[in-house]
Design a protein around this ligand. Structure first.
Ligand code: DSN
Length: 417
């Protein structure tokens, strides 16, 4: 970063600060991960200079032969990885991928059926504070109070009663396997389009550790930066019959020029996900999440749904004199980064909440395995038991630093100052 250091000291210092934070803390936000040096390198390439509206071979600008090459690689790798007919790798984000999915099939005012945000859904699945809740008429499904799992009979009843034009599946905070086949059957029965937002579990699906929605959905959207371990961005896959409609929605309806440097980086990440080792990574993410769930539950801390099948757990603090916000802050003081999260039946505001979402994708990338996860789970339980014991939190902070040093991040890069 010698240019940045010389040209913009303040930005340079902020980057160094962030790098140090990532190196020295345990990153347990379920939607975050660390990309490979090759994925990062592609992000910083000269492709950031290029305008390339259109698609490979059909651009509105000259000089696109190399942009075509990376976009074609990304598209081909995405379809191969997920077994999809068609991929569009241009969405700048998951939200924009979802927007393209909606508008490829719906008109404003049409009804969608998505997962309730406080039950684990996403803002773009119909929240009133999001475009999806503003443009569409929203019906919602959720989880059963008794076991925190999606009740597919109840989903079917809601779909039959509300007759949505689209059913949206996928979640941001649901720790259990999603039965995409059941959702596909319900969508067919009511004549709805099935759009799956695969963002959180895309890497698990790619690695064979969660059933794929591709055979059961008309369109599948995802981010590329969560369990998939690519750069920040979005991706859409669909059946061939919908390819033109999806492509037209991404550009020119929603976006202008694609971010070719990000597309190049997506191509690298998708190539990495096609390598045999990626399946093993997914296996370890899920194993680590299970060990974390067991460790925390053994200490008497309840989890929504009583455990996990995927990469995240959802701690239920409803019966404690501790909010999600205070728990998040206490863990942060100990060097463990998580996020407060609403839980089913939430009574507190989204800025306070009664839950914590904790994930294993990033610390698994760092190499941590069940023995370390048991230790980390013990620290988390200690802090949830005594969130105001600052001496104990300082002690854990020291041990977190030692663990991070034992599992260096980007060890292969020159150490920072
Ligand atoms: N913000 C992401 C998450 O944390 O799950 C979803 O977009």
């Amino acid at each position: 970063m010698q240019h940045l250091e010389r040209k913009d000291e303040r930005v340079y210092r902020a980057v160094l600060g962030e790098e140090s934070r990532q190196r020295n803390q345990l990153e347990m936000i379920a939607s975050e991960n660390f990309v490979s040096p090759a994925v990062r390198e592609a992000l910083g390439t000269v492709f950031t200079h290029k305008y390339a509206e259109g698609l490979p071979g059909r651009r509105y600008y000259g000089g696109c032969e190399f942009a075509d090459q990376v976009e074609e690689l990304a598209r081909t790798r995405a379809t191969e990885l997920f077994g999809a007919d068609h991929a569009n790798v241009q969405p700048h984000s998951g939200a924009q991928a979802n927007m393209a999915g909606y508008f490829a099939f719906l008109e404003p005012g049409d009804r969608i059926l998505g997962m309730n945000l406080s039950h684990g859904g996403h803002l773009t699945h119909g929240s009133p504070v999001n475009f999806s809740g503003r443009f569409f008429d929203v019906a919602a499904y959720g989880v059963r109070e008794s076991d925190g799992r999606i009740d597919y009979d109840a989903v079917r009843e809601t779909a039959l009663r509300t007759r949505p034009k689209m059913i949206v599946t996928g979640a941001s905070a649901y720790p259990r396997t999603i039965d995409f086949e059941a959702f596909g059957a319900i969508a067919r029965e009511v004549g709805a389009v099935h759009m799956c937002d695969l963002a959180h579990i895309a890497g698990l699906v790619a690695g064979g550790h969660h059933p794929s929605p591709v055979p059961h959905a008309d369109v599948v959207t995802t981010t590329t930066h969560k369990t998939l371990r690519g750069p920040r961005g979005g991706l859409i896959m669909c059946r061939e019959e919908h390819a033109k409609a999806i492509d037209r929605m991404v550009f020119p309806f929603i976006q202008g020029g694609p971010l070719v440097h990000v597309i190049a980086s997506k191509a690298v990440a998708l190539g990495e996900a096609l390598l045999p080792g990626f399946g093993e990574y997914g296996r370890r993410v899920v194993e680590n999440a299970r060990v974390l769930a067991d460790t925390i539950m053994e200490r008497g801390v309840p989890l929504v749904s009583g455990g996990t099948d995927n990469h995240l757990i959802l701690v239920d603090l409803r019966d404690r004199d501790l909010t999600g916000k205070d728990a998040e802050q206490a863990l942060e003081r100990a060097g463990i980064t998580v996020n407060k999260n609403t839980v089913p039946g939430e009574t507190r505001s989204p800025f306070v909440t009664s839950g914590l979402r904790i994930g294993t994708p990033a610390i698994t990338t760092r190499g941590m395995a069940p023995p370390e996860i048991r230790t980390v789970g013990g620290w988390i339980a200690d802090i949830l038991e005594r969130p105001r014991d600052e001496a104990a939190i300082r002690g854990i902070r020291r041990k977190v630093g030692e663990m991070c040093a034992a599992y260096p991040l980007y060890d292969e890069l020159a150490p920072s100052t």
